[in-house]
Structure formats: structure tokens, C-alpha cells
Write a protein that binds this ligand. Structure first.
Ligand code: NDP
Length: 338
């Protein structure tokens, strides 16, 4: 790749939330940087909105494992307009969405007014939607969509029985509840926040269960309960959900908010034909991305997301990072980058 030469169409400077490693530890601060500091790449995007995900919380709080080098601009999601594209694939002024592909981890991400990306990473903003909507969906909602698509592709059909969503009051969980309910499924929401019961029922859950119920299911094969599962918690929650999935049911495994281990037997796989499906939003191939965003635009209208979305300025991100790690954020948080 040749070095990108800034042109007069680009601003001279941009504002970014930078995470740096100093002698005092890892620190995040808002900085104004020369545009020449942007990473190399095909497309320059004027970012208007980003979002807050669990992974962003880890990155901004200086937890190991997300940011691969320092200094770095976190933010695994962004939406905005193209300023220039040296491949010619995108036109200046086109509205685009970028999630995953390592932005906000291996290269500068969405917590900045400008971003650079490969042309292949971008998705056109679906007709009838805007950047705020896209970021209220964000990686969390996109992941929920991939999970629902995976369940459907493995035969989970409305009318089959209850579909369980764990970590239901979180970003992936809230959107999964809304998407599954919109598709006609009977949704059971598992949450550690009983005070969010009315919120989850409002999203379309038919009933709510406590966070403790699933880890209590410890036998290799429990009573068959779930036709499908969207899991963002992992650990003993996933193990309990897996042991209680009905014959030929499927689990879409998205996250590890409650633990990364999976202590389980092969019995649900070999005696019930249960499907354990992995979901990875970061490297999801482009055609599947476009299909997921088109379906999100169809099934998740802006008013459906209004109740689950809060909008906060870029300067609030350091405080919000601690809150999402503490499980205190309900639904989705859009970051207004302008
Ligand atoms: P959120 O923090 O918004 O949601 C996570 C939810 O999990 C919380 O709201 C809470 O739900 C529940 N939870 C949190 N801590 C615990 C715990 N100790 N035990 C049990 N439940 C807990 O995060 P996101 O929705 O953004 O992400 C969820 C997970 O999915 C994360 O692990 C994230 O890394 C992963 N992820 C994976 C992606 C992929 O491509 N595979 C993409 C996006 C996210 P409640 O309050 O309802 O109990």
C-alpha cells in the first residue's frame, strides 16, 4: 500500500479520543491531531456517530486484550460520510457504516471525527436510515442479527417453542429480543436486573427469568426447554442453556460477559443433535454483512430502537466505559462524535 497523501478536501486536523500507555498507566483523553496522523487506507470518512460496546469499555478502561498497540483511537463502530476514496468505489458524500474488521482494536476506530478504512470494509447506509440509527444498531445489534440469521438457517422457526436470550438487557441481548419478537418467536429473556422486566416485555419478550436460573442447570442433559438460544454471557449460563436446549435446537454463541469458559459435555450434541453455532461479527464476510444490514433496516425501525437507545457526547466515553463493564448500561448507547 502506498502512503496516503492528504488533499485539500480533507480537514487539516481532527479530534479523537486517544488511549495512551504512560508511566502512570493507560489513559484516555480527547486530543486534536493532524490529519496526517490517520492510519493508511483507501477511504477517509467524516465520522458523525459511533457507539459504545462492551469491547469499547475494555479498550477505553485500559483492560488488556483489545487494543493491540498504543496510542490508539478506540471505537469498533462508526458511521458517517465519505470524504474521499482513492479506489473510486465510494463517492464523496456517500453515507457509510463500518463495524469490526479490527477498527478500534488493531487500527484507529470510531471515537474520532475522521477515520481511514479499506474500501471493502464499508457498507452503504441502507435507504431510509441514518447514521444515528446505524449506531443505535452498531456491532451489538449487527451481532444479534447474525445470531438470529444463524438460528433461522439451522431450522429455528416461529412456533417451534421458546427462544432464550441471555444478557437480555445488554446491547446484543436487547436487540436480539426485539429482532426475535419481530420475526414471530416466543422470547424468554434472562437478566440479572429484575428491574428491567417491563423494559424487556416492552421489547417483545413473553417472559423474563432470573440470571441465576441457567447456571443452576448443571446436569449434562437437563429438561428440554429452548428451541433456540442467543447467548451473550458464556460460562455457566451458556452451559446451562446448552444442557437444556431441545432436540435439534440451536445456540448462537456471541459473548462472554459472564465468563469465557464452557464446562459442558458432548451429550446435547450427540444425543439431541443440538447445534452450537459461533458468531463472529468482526470478520463477517461482506455479502453476509450487507444481508444483515438490509434485514436490520427492514425489521428494526428507528422507533423500535428509540426506547433502547441513549445518545451521549464523545467526552462522556471514559465514564461510560466503566459503566458498561459494570453491567450498568441498558440497551444501546450512541456516541455523537461531532
Ligand atoms: P453489554 O454490557 O451491553 O451486555 C452484556 C449483558 O450481559 C449485561 O447487560 C448483562 O445482562 C449480562 N451480564 C453482564 N455481566 C454478567 C455476569 N457477570 N454474569 C451474567 N450476565 C452478565 O454488552 P454487549 O451486549 O455489547 O456484549 C455482550 C457480549 O457479547 C460481550 O461479551 C461482548 O464482548 C460480546 N460480543 C461479541 C461479538 C461477536 O462478534 N461475537 C460482537 C459484540 C459483542 P443483564 O443485565 O440482562 O443480566
Amino acid at each position: 500500500m502506498t502512503q496516503h497523501v492528504p488533499t485539500s478536501t480533507l480537514p487539516v486536523t481532527y479530534r479523537a479520543l486517544r488511549v495512551e500507555k504512560t508511566e502512570a498507566g493507560i489513559q484516555a483523553s480527547l486530543q486534536t491531531l493532524p490529519t496526517t496522523d490517520l492510519p493508511d487506507g483507501d477511504v477517509t470518512v467524516q465520522v458523525t456517530h459511533s457507539s459504545l460496546n462492551y469491547k469499547d469499555g475494555l479498550a477505553v478502561s485500559g483492560q488488556p486484550g483489545v487494543l493491540r498497540s498504543y496510542p490508539m483511537t478506540p471505537g469498533i463502530d462508526l458511521a458517517g460520510t465519505v470524504l474521499e476514496d482513492r479506489t473510486g468505489r465510494w463517492q464523496a458524500g456517500q453515507s457509510v457504516i463500518l463495524t469490526g474488521w479490527g477498527i478500534g482494536e488493531r487500527q484507529d476506530g470510531g471515537y474520532a471525527t475522521l477515520a481511514r478504512a479499506n474500501a471493502d470494509w464499508l457498507v452503504a447506509q441502507p435507504a431510509g436510515t441514518d447514521a444515528h440509527w446505524a449506531m443505535s444498531v452498531g456491532t451489538a445489534g449487527f451481532t444479534a442479527m447474525l445470531a438470529v440469521m444463524a438460528l433461522e438457517e439451522h431450522g429455528v422457526t416461529p412456533g417451534d417453542g421458546e427462544v432464550l436470550v441471555t444478557g437480555a438487557a445488554g446491547g446484543v441481548g436487547s436487540t436480539a429480543v426485539a429482532l426475535l419478537a419481530a420475526a414471530g418467536h416466543t422470547v424468554v429473556a434472562s437478566t440479572g436486573r429484575p428491574q428491567e422486566e417491563a423494559y424487556l416485555l416492552g421489547l417483545g419478550a413473553s417472559r423474563v427469568i432470573g440470571r441465576d436460573e441457567l447456571p443452576a442447570l448443571k446436569r449434562p442433559l437437563e429438561k428440554e426447554r429452548w428451541a433456540g438460544v442467543v447467548d451473550s454471557v458464556g460460562g455457566a449460563t451458556l452451559a446451562g442453556a446448552y444442557a437444556s436446549t431441545r432436540a435439534h435446537g440451536s445456540l448462537a454463541v456471541c459473548g462472554l460477559a459472564g465468563g469465557s469458559e464452557l464446562n459442558a459435555s458432548v451429550f446435547p450434541l450427540i444425543l439431541r443433535g443440538v447445534n452450537l453455532l459461533g458468531i463472529d461479527s468482526v470478520t463477517c464476510p461482506a455479502p453476509r454483512r450487507e444481508a444483515a444490514w438490509a434485514r436490520l433496516a427492514r425489521d428494526l425501525k428507528p422507533d423500535a430502537l428509540a426506547a433502547v437507545t441513549h445518545t451521549r457526547p464523545l467526552s462522556d466515553v471514559p465514564a461510560l466505559a466503566g459503566q458498561i463493564l459494570a453491567g450498568q448500561i441498558r440497551g444501546r448507547t450512541v456516541i455523537d462524535v461531532t
